[in-house]
Design a protein around this ligand. Structure first.
Ligand SMILES: [Zn+2]
Length: 632
């Protein structure tokens, strides 16, 4: 394979555990990896954990652990979560590994040899939570971190500096000449204006704590955690000692970093300038995605609204979760995770559109041809239309995937799915089946449906690998994910004649939104039981007589028949009806209401009405229903 693709997620800081944000980045990287494999690329997909730094040391101290014990405990949680999410990574790197420590020393040595490191004193503000040096001009007198809002610390210590400012013009020129280097566009603009304000040199060592990679030239210092962490991207592809691998996956590969928007400056400024100094090619593309809210609100532990991927997968299934995350928002902007949102996606897109197409097709092939895909003849305009749309879909999907516009790519695939559902209605197989002379045409229609489902299975496989295989199995094809390819599905006619389809089985059952426990409790006070309701006896009554009541301009007096019995009842509807127009109408009547005396008249029940601000109306019942019929 000559085409190479190297994609990375950030390495996740093991101070916290995997959550929906890190899951999102990793799923996105997985989807593009799987797509590139479908396109015939040799893919190297890297993820891992970032394990050094002051915050880790402090967290470990608080927990009564050594930093090493803490990172050994947390890092496997990420590995396990990625397995659970069906992530197809090639490598999982930990920055405490020997290969990485060697690579960091090597790049630092290169940068130093190039005259880009000097010793000085750092005096300024530092955010331990972000592990970031924050320039004074970015904070007000409260000295809070502009990124995370936490209190900044004043740091005053001896430090080694990297001459980052030296690369300011080179970096700006690179961004200008490579318009896709930083995506989305508005993030690029932010970075450009930040650089134009002037880059300062970067403090790359600390000497007031121990948990980091010691500086070879001065053992009293540990390397700044971001300088350490960013290097992981070249460690994994053999920078330190495997030049063949490094050539293959770094120098001669398309290199893509996928990150969250909060860490774009580290990736789009520090990282490329480090590489420029060390004489290493910079990555091709850095893409920053947005953040997720939960039911419209910022996620936080105190609000107890943090989305837990594990729970969501349990509730909705892995593929539905993967689909929702990439379909719901355009990659780059912020998105909202809501239960209604994911349920709608499952019911409409997955159960209705995709699930129905599969079920209807298999059902019909079974009914008309005993489950066997038969050869037919001819091609009509509907056939031509779906084939043309399919070719267009392939082009669109490829374009969107290359831009990481996952949502748009899925939209394209779903346009084709809807078109195929419409094709069933247009071709009306149930009508063709009644006419023996149309059997060949019916076979063509069935073939096209099965063919489209095969192609759809392949196209959705990067997003929903398990579903893809399930669909292929139902189509009677024993395919493996690794054997699928876009090249194979370019032309119409992949399905061999006379294959036998398997039993249809719903891939995405429709689901009802699970009502939260608090909501049930909240409404419960207003609930009545079925027993309570059944105490009310409602019957059909015929109005035999209707009169005004002297001295009461709101009331009408009625005589009604409820079968064998008659009753007298008063109702406050005089403003809305003339008595004579009501005679003969059948209405609803509560027959077991305790009688009350109004204006000296005993009212023995109640007529049911609808009540709005403008009017009160009797609920009329069809005249064919017998008097006294009970309503339940
Ligand atoms: Zn911060």
């Amino acid at each position: 394979m000559d085409k190479k693709f190297f994609v990375t997620t950030p390495i996740y800081y093991v101070n916290g555990e995997p959550h929906v944000g890190t899951a999102y980045t990793t799923i996105a990287a997985d989807v593009i990896s799987r797509y590139k494999r479908l396109k015939g690329y040799d893919v190297y997909f890297l993820t891992g954990t970032d394990e050094h730094g002051q915050k880790i040391e402090e967290t470990a101290n608080k927990a009564g652990l050594t930093p090493k014990e803490l990172v050994d405990k947390t890092s496997p949680k990420f590995k396990k979560m990625w397995e659970r999410l069906n992530i197809s990574n090639t490598d999982f790197i930990r920055t405490t590994e020997d290969r990485h420590i060697k690579a960091v020393n090597k790049i630092l040595k290169k940068v130093n040899e190039n005259g880009d490191i000097y010793k000085g004193n750092y005096e300024g503000l530092y955010c331990v939570s972000c592990e970031n040096f924050v320039p004074k001009n970015q904070v007000d007198k409260d000295e809070l971190c502009p990124d995370c809002g936490k209190k900044l610390r004043t740091v005053k210590e001896e430090s080694y500096f990297f001459k980052m400012s030296k690369y300011q013009d080179q970096l700006l020129k690179h961004i200008e000449e490579n318009p896709n280097f930083i995506q989305p566009e508005y993030r690029k603009n932010e970075i450009v204006s930040f650089i134009k304000q002037g880059l300062t040199d970067l403090s790359i060592s600390r000497n007031t704590f121990k948990w980091g990679i010691p500086l070879e030239i001065d053992n009293g210092h540990v390397i700044y955690v971001w300088f350490d962490a960013l290097t992981n991207y070249i460690t994994a592809v053999g920078y330190e000692n495997d030049s063949e691998k490094f050539d293959k996956y770094w120098n001669n590969s398309e290199v893509l970093h996928i990150i969250g928007k909060d860490i774009i400056r580290f990736h789009a400024i520090i990282w490329p300038t480090m590489l420029m100094s060390a004489g290493i090619k910079v990555p091709d593309k850095i893409v920053a995605h947005g953040w997720w809210t939960s039911e419209g609100e910022k996620m936080s532990k105190s609000k107890n609204n943090v989305v837990d991927p594990e729970k969501e997968i349990e509730k909705y299934g892995l593929d539905a979760f993967r689909y929702f995350m990439l379909r719901e928002v355009n990659f780059g902007v912020d998105g909202d995770y809501s239960q209604q949102g994911i349920v709608n996606r499952i019911n409409y897109d997955l159960a209705n559109d995709l699930g129905n197409l599969l079920n209807r097709t298999i059902g019909m092939v079974k009914k008309y041809f005993n489950g066997i895909v038969i050869e037919g003849e001819g091609e009509d305009n509907f056939d031509k239309e779906i084939k043309a749309l399919y070719s267009q879909t392939l082009v669109e999907v490829d374009d969107y995937m290359n831009k990481l516009q996952f949502s748009k790519a899925l939209e394209s695939i779903w346009k084709f799915i809807s078109r195929m559902n419409k094709y069933i209605d247009e071709t009306a197989p149930w009508t063709l089946a009644k006419d023996e002379s149309k059997k060949s045409r019916l076979a063509v229609v069935m073939y096209n449906l099965v063919e489209s489902l095969y192609k759809i299975s392949v196209l959705i496989s990067p997003f929903m690998p398990e579903t893809s295989i399930k669909m292929l199995n139902q189509l009677g094809l024993n395919e493996k994910i690794d054997n699928l390819s876009i090249e194979k599905i370019e032309n119409w006619g992949n399905i061999p004649y006379n294959i036998k389809l398997a039993e249809p089985n719903p891939i995405f059952p429709r689901i009802e939104l699970e009502v939260k426990e608090e909501e049930i409790i909240e409404e419960e006070q207003n609930f009545i039981s079925i027993d309570d309701f059944s105490k009310v006896k409602i019957v059909v009554a015929e109005i035999l007589q209707a009169d005004n009541v002297d001295g009461a301009d709101k009331l009408l007096k009625f005589r009604v028949s409820i079968g064998k019995k008659e009753r007298t009842v008063l109702s406050g509807i005089a403003k809305y009806y003339k008595p004579q127009e009501l005679i003969g109408k059948k209405v609803l009547f509560v027959s077991n209401l305790k009688p009350v005396k109004l204006r000296g008249i005993l009212s023995e029940g109640m007529l049911l009405t609808t009540v709005t601000k403008k009017s009160i109306r009797l609920i009329e019942i069809d005249k064919s229903i017998e008097n006294g019929t009970e309503v339940k």
